[in-house]
Ligand binder design. Sequence first.
Ligand code: TXE
Length: 481
Amino acid sequence: MEMIRNYINGELVPPVGEQYLDNHNPATGKVYGQLPDSDERDVKQATEAALHAFPAWSKTPRNDRARIMMRLADLIEQNLDALAMAESIDNGKPVSLARVVDIPRAAANIRFYATGIMHYASEAHNMEDTAINYTLRDPIGVAGCISPWNLPLYLFTWKIAPALAAGCTVVAKPSEITPLTAFKLSELAIEAGLPAGVLNIVHGLGPKVGAAITEHPEISAISFTGGTATGKTIARIAAPMFKKLSLELGGKNPNIVFADCDFDEMLTTTMRSSFANQGQICLCGPRIFVERPVYEKFKTAFVEKTKQLKIGHPQDKNTKMGAVASESHMEKILHYIALAKEEGGTVLAGGHRVHMEGELAGGWFIEPTIIEGLSYDCRTNTEEIFGPVVTIMPFDTEEEVLKYANATSYGLAGTVWTRDLKRAHRVAHQLHSGIVWINCWLLRDLRTPFGGVKASGVGREGGFQAIDFFTEPKNVCIRIA
Ligand code: TXE
């Protein structure tokens, strides 16, 4: 049994209430460990530790903060195999994916902000002969970071790294569905020499631990990634308390294929943008719009490739597709496939739960699924499914496809495939989204603004914007005349 503990004031401790939740392995459906079922008492202790650690950490020279963070990043890399295996067991994702994406990116996030803080500067505004203004950027205090289950360590570090680099202390909560790598990170933080109380990790349920973090009056900012409905709940509580809020929420991204694109490259990448991580990435492109002249060619090739996509044991290094993260999430995805049929859709590939054999018999596996024949504005095409389910639809004009693409309440990312440079720019400018990829997908430069418009969230992560979020500007005006 893998027993997870909270990380509070530099120590690994049991929850105050001594209650635990079961932790499941999605590939077997079986319980393989337990995590603390913490409550507001644990959050209170963690916040007190963070408040106590704040003055010293915020005044620690940025060089020294960076050095400790670099050690933590090194330790993540040294433990790559063990962390990748832990992520795969906990989340159901292929270990091959965790080895090349999740864990290296966690180290990269920490390194990026450890070095970023060394280059972070604030502004000065000169008023000719009258005065000079300069802006101080002080860390905001104790930051609350709440992260989801789809890219567990990757998104957890994406939040805590800029907060720690900025000089904030942190109370963080990973998803209760995938707590294991955050627990392993707490062990590595101790080894790296992170001072007690600088990072505190409280495990448990959203409505208990997440809500207690959101409501705590001494936590000044909330950085959240997760579902749009949860984001609304958090905003309702935090906004009247005047907390700073960064909300990275869901997506229902369009993947727009024009007939003049590099077909093979588009097809290879579209397989990834449809089914990578079992479709559980907020940046996936589950709505595929294809220009009519290549629609039939695309449909045939895409269906054939998808049918070849083998689902396998997530811990087998050759597996490309694993289990979805939880039983309730599997039910949600299956419910949407049933809805798509009710709405008149035809399933061209997949459409079912996969019953594996042997130890995987109880696992939560779903076939990669392609659906055709739906209207652009039906529920299947406007609500977030967040699984290995995509729809395909032909279009005739640029104007028409923009109408389809912008028809959801979400606006996180979009992908456009074309060799026509002018069209690429035109379409990119007109898509309602925070990110547009032209002839690529998930190509990420950590300096770029990351986030969405409309129901996809508020604020931007990435680059110096994340450090701006965890600091408060103060303008000082000095009269010189
Ligand atoms: O996420 P939740 P869920 C989408 C996806 C998915 C849906 C619901 O469509 O099907 O959201 O997933 C914590 N106060 N995404 O319900 O609950 C929770 O414990 C404070 C998109 O599993 O939003 C976890 O740590 N915190 C997404 C975190 O919020 C609360 C990634 C996210 O879980 C809370 C995940 C509360 N009241 C799901 N309730 C993305 N944008 O990448 C829960 N939490």
